[in-house]
Design a protein around this ligand. Structure first.
Ligand code: DMJ
Length: 466
C-alpha cells in the first residue's frame, strides 16, 4: 500500500510540476535507504536459495550454474556493491566464501567477455576496496588462464577458452566481446607489474578498430582468424555497445592516447551515420557499415548506456536528448523492453532482464549536469522496477513488459549494476567519488592507484594504433 501511495504521488507530481520541480520532491536519503532495503531483500533470497551457485532463479527458488559447476557469479559480481552499500557483515561473509571456494582450475569453456567483465572486474574492484591481496591473486590466476583466448592469427580473442587446458572455441565474435577487456586486463597489468595483460587486450581493441570501414564504422560480427566481417550491420546496441565505452574509458583510466584518438574518430562516425532524428527526438539506429545506409530503426535497453558515455565525453547536449528518448521507451510500458522500433514505438523484443543501462545514464547525467530532473527519472524508474519485478524471494526479470509476466531469471548484474546505479544516483556524493573512479561495463569501479602516464604521450604499452 505504501508503495502504491508513493507511486501515485510521484506520478501526480510529475504530471503537475515541471521536471525540475518534481525532482525537488524526491527525498534522496529516503530513496537511497529504500534501494538498500530492496537490495537486501534480493540478497537474502540469493543467500537462502542459491548460496554457492552462480544465480538464483527467483520464481522456482532454485539455483542455476552457467557452466554446470559454480563460478560464484553472483557472489563475485555483488561483492563491491555489498561494500559500497554498507553491508559489511554480508560483504565479509561473501568475500571469505569466494576466497575459500573460488578455484579457476576447471575443465570448462568460459565466455572470455562475460568472465572478464564480471569476475576479473569484480575481483579487481573488490581488491581495491579491501586491500585483500588474496582477491588480487585470484584475479591474476584468472587473467593468466584467459590469455590463450588471444592466441588467434589476428590477436582478436576467441569467444570461449577452457580454464584448465587453454583450448579455445568460437571464431566468430563481435566488437563488444573483442573490445571490452582493456579496463580489466590493463588494471591487472598495472597492479601486478606484468604488461602482458594490457598488451593483449589493447591489441584486440586496436585490431578491431583497424578493421573499421572507410566511413569509420564497425560491423556486428567478425571472424578472429581471418579478420573478415561476418555481419556488416553497424549500431550501438548489444554486441558493439561497450567497445565504444572502453575506447573512451581506457583513455580516461590509463591516459592512453591511442584510445583517445580511436574514441574521437569512432564517435564522430557514430554520430554522423547512426544518429537519427525522428519527430524532433534523437535516437540511434542501424546502418550498413560500408555505406552508412539506414537499415533499421531499432533501439533498446542496451542502447540506453550511450547517454552515460556521451555525457562522460562532455557531449551533454546529445546525452540529454538521448536520455529523453530512453525515458520515452521506458514510459511507453512502465518498464523498458529489450527492443522497440522507434519510428512506430512498437515493441519488437518484449523482455526486461533487469538491465541497468538507463539508470546508469541517469546517474551519470545527474552527476555531470547537476540537473535534478534525473533524480525524478530515477525515482520513477525505481518505483516501476519494484512494482513489477519484486518477488517473494528476490527480483525477477520480465518475460513481457506489456503483460508484466515475470520470468524465472535474475542475472548477477542486478546486484553488480542495477541496484548499485540506483543507489549511487540517490546517495550523497561521498558514497563514491565519481571523478576518481572509472566503472567497467559491469559497474565495477576501478581507481587509478598507479602512477599517472609519463611524458611519452600517455603511452602505456608497446601496442600502437594506426
Ligand atoms: C552487463 O553484463 C554489462 O553491462 C554488459 O556491458 C551489457 N549487458 C549487461 C547488462 O545489461
Amino acid at each position: 500500500m505504501r508503495i502504491r501511495l508513493t507511486t501515485l504521488l510521484l506520478a501526480l507530481s510529475t504530471l503537475l510540476l515541471s521536471p525540475a520541480a518534481a525532482a525537488a520532491q524526491v527525498n534522496r536519503r529516503a530513496l537511497a535507504e529504500r534501494v538498500r532495503a530492496e537490495f537486501l531483500h534480493a540478497w537474502r533470497g540469493y543467500e537462502r536459495y542459491a548460496w554457492g551457485h552462480d544465480e538464483l532463479k527467483p520464481l522456482s527458488k532454485t539455483a542455476r550454474d552457467w557452466y554446470g559447476e559454480p563460478l560464484y557469479m553472483t557472489q563475485v559480481d555483488a561483492l563491491d556493491t555489498l561494500i559500497l552499500l554498507g553491508f559489511h557483515e554480508e560483504a565479509k561473509r561473501d568475500r571469505e566464501f569466494v576466497i575459500g571456494h573460488l578455484d579457476f582450475d576447471k575443465d570448462i569453456y568460459v565466455q572470455n567477455f562475460e568472465i572478464t567483465i564480471r569476475h576479473l572486474g569484480g575481483l579487481l574492484s573488490a581488491y581495491q576496496l579491501t586491500n585483500d591481496r588474496r582477491l588480487l591473486r585470484l584475479a591474476e590466476d584468472l587473467g593468466k588462464r584467459l590469455l590463450p583466448a588471444f592466441d588467434s592469427p589476428t590477436g582478436i580473442p576467441y569467444r570461449f577458452v577452457n580454464l584448465r587446458t587453454g583450448k579455445t572455441r568460437g571464431e566468430v565474435t563481435n566488437p563488444a566481446e573483442a573490445g571490452t577487456l582493456l579496463i580489466e586486463f590493463g588494471t591487472l597489468s598495472k597492479l601486478t607489474g606484468n604488461p602482458v595483460f594490457y598488451d593483449k587486450a589493447k591489441r584486440a581493441l586496436v585490431e578491431t578498430y583497424r578493421r573499421r570501414s572507410s566511413i569509420g564504422l564497425v560491423g556486428s560480427r567478425i571472424n578472429v582468424e581471418t579478420g573478415e566481417w561476418a555481419g556488416k550491420t553497424s549500431h550501438i546496441g548489444g554486441g558493439i555497445d561497450s567497445y565504444y565505452e572502453y575506447l573512451l574509458k581506457c583513455w580516461r583510466l590509463f591516459g592512453d592516447e591511442d584510445c583517445r584518438r580511436m574514441w574521437l574518430e569512432s564517435v564522430a562516425a557514430v554520430n554522423k551515420h547512426l544518429a537519427d532524428e525522428e519527430g524532433g527526438e534523437l535516437w540511434y539506429g542501424q546502418a550498413d557499415m560500408q555505406t552508412g545506409r539506414r537499415t533499421a530503426t531499432g533501439y533498446g535497453a542496451l542502447d540506453a548506456f550511450f547517454p552515460a558515455v556521451l555525457a562522460l565525453a562532455g557531449d551533454t547536449a546529445r546525452a540529454r536528448r538521448l536520455q529523453a528518448s530512453s525515458m520515452k521507451m521506458w514510459r511507453a510500458n512502465g518498464v523498458e523492453p529489450e527492443r522497440l522500433d522507434y519510428r512506430t514505438m512498437k515493441v519488437t523484443s518484449a523482455g526486461y532482464p533487469l538491465r541497468p543501462e538507463i539508470v546508469e545514464s541517469a546517474y551519470y547525467l545527474r552527476h555531470l549536469t547537476r540537473d535534478p530532473r534525473y533524480l525524478g527519472e530515477g525515482a520513477e524508474m525505481f518505483e516501476d522496477f519494484v512494482r513489477h519485478c519484486k518477488t517473494e524471494a528476490a527480483y525477477a526479470a520480465l518475460k513481457n513488459v506489456e503483460t508484466k509476466e515475470q520470468e524465472d531469471n535474475m542475472e548477477s548484474f542486478l546486484f553488480a549494476e542495477t541496484f548499485k546505479y540506483f543507489y549511487l544516483l540517490f546517495a550523497p556524493p561521498k558514497a563514491l567519488d565519481f571523478d576518481r573512479v572509472t566503472f567497467n561495463t559491469e559497474a565495477h569501479p576501478i581507481r587509478r592507484t598507479w602512477q599517472k602516464p609519463d611524458r611519452e604521450g600517455g603511452r602505456v604499452s608497446t601496442v600502437k594504433a594506426n
